[in-house]
Ligand binder design. Sequence first.
Ligand code: CAO
Length: 243
Amino acid sequence: IPPMPAVDFSKFGEIETKTMSKIQKLTAFNMHRNWLHIPAVTQFDDADITDLEAFRKSLKAEGEKRGIKLTPLPFLLKAAAAALAAEPKFNSSLGADGESVVYKKYCHIGIAADTPIGLLVPVIKDVDKKGLWELAEEANAVIKKARDGKLSPSEMQGGCFTISSLGAMGGKGFTPIVNAPEVAILGVSKAEMKPVWNGKDFEPRNMLPLSLSYDHRVINGADCGRFFTYLVSVLSDVRRMLL
Ligand code: CAO
């Protein structure tokens, strides 16, 4: 790779140089490595979360009683676990020899969290075995720990898949970088009411834009189509989480 030339920006105006934190440097290294190694493709879809949001809002009072804030994130964790079970290639890693694929029988999912020291990815273990309240409580706890700088290295290891949600911040879509050795990552953007054709009329529906980047060495477009369609179907009808 041709080196980037050093530029003396002070020639053009006032500047301030700040040293990157340890986490920022590690993130930069990992992102660069993953970008160079992984032939990634990103596919986009929207999930109709009108019913999911109505259900989530109906649980607000119960959440307050339990002292648990229920955002869309635990629903995304549950839906991702269901899709990983339906399409096991997404719950795999490329073997170190580059000639085998390691399928995982466990389901641990990382959550990208924006923290004052940089991007951290705490991992929720055994997502498939946990209910929404337990996932919400655990996600809130690990995100708080990440922001307080109290996460241990073991709490950031063993992930099978990552969810990166920029939903609270906005944006219509983005192309997340696969978090190797995982083979796929889900990007979540801001849900919006949109007119959706129901065959007779345009109906206002709450649509959640999703992007799914995957490692094309392990996953093909057809695999992605199946995984994504399943994921979207679970988010559009949360009863499918029980199947
Ligand atoms: N669409 C619309 N609103 C959304 C939403 C979405 N997709 N996702 C969350 N929201 C809402 C929540 O419901 C909440 O609103 P209410 O209080 O009214 O319910 C509000 O946004 C704030 O949510 P939150 O951010 O506190 O919680 P979260 O569970 O959605 O997200 C976390 C937690 C850790 C994913 C998020 O805070 C974060 O750090 N995201 C950044 C991830 C990141 O940096 N990714 C990039 C990685 S590569 O550079």
